[in-house]
Design a protein around this ligand. Structure first.
Ligand SMILES: [Ca+2]
Length: 149
């Protein structure tokens, strides 16, 4: 299955399943394949989003298959950061292999003119265009948790 099909199915689920669904123990979590996904409505900084997902027994989204037609008109934190080691890693501390085809043109750029405090941009988000960008970790943003069943 291609990642396009994967996410099409995910968003079909998101659009039409709005109930407590067998397979996911909490409402608002969307079952797909062997995981449950939460597309948050609230916003948090990256670290709080990561902690929230982990409190739920989940992870900030670790994207195994990439998104090209991300249909939601929002930015979401995903579980990518280079703030600890300078190397991009997933929130479960596994390494991320850089593939610039998954990033918006010119990203990650570690931009420093954001006016949000010290440092550049060390946390990964997925934008409405389905592409990755690095943003300042203190930014409050929606987030996606993934819980593997
Ligand atoms: Ca950036």
């Amino acid at each position: 299955m291609s990642f396009t099909q994967h996410h099409f199915a995910l968003f079909v689920s998101l659009a039409y399943i709005d109930l407590l669904t067998p397979g996911c123990t909490e409402s608002d979590w969307i079952p797909f394949r062997n995981s449950c996904y939460l597309f948050s409505h609230d916003t948090m900084n990256w670290t709080k989003a990561k902690d929230y997902c982990e409190e739920k027994g989940a992870l900030l989204l670790k994207i195994e298959q990439f998104v090209t037609n991300f249909a939601k008109p929002h930015d979401y934190w995903v579980g990518l950061t280079d703030q600890n080691t300078g190397q991009w890693r997933w929130a479960d501390d596994t390494p991320y292999t850089m593939n610039r085809e998954h990033w918006s043109p010119g990203q990650p750029d570690d931009w420093t003119e954001h006016g949000l405090g010290e440092g550049g941009e060390d946390c990964g988000q997925i934008a409405y265009n389905g592409m990755l960008n690095d943003a300042h970790c203190s930014t409050k943003m929606k987030y996606i948790c993934e819980m593997q069943n």
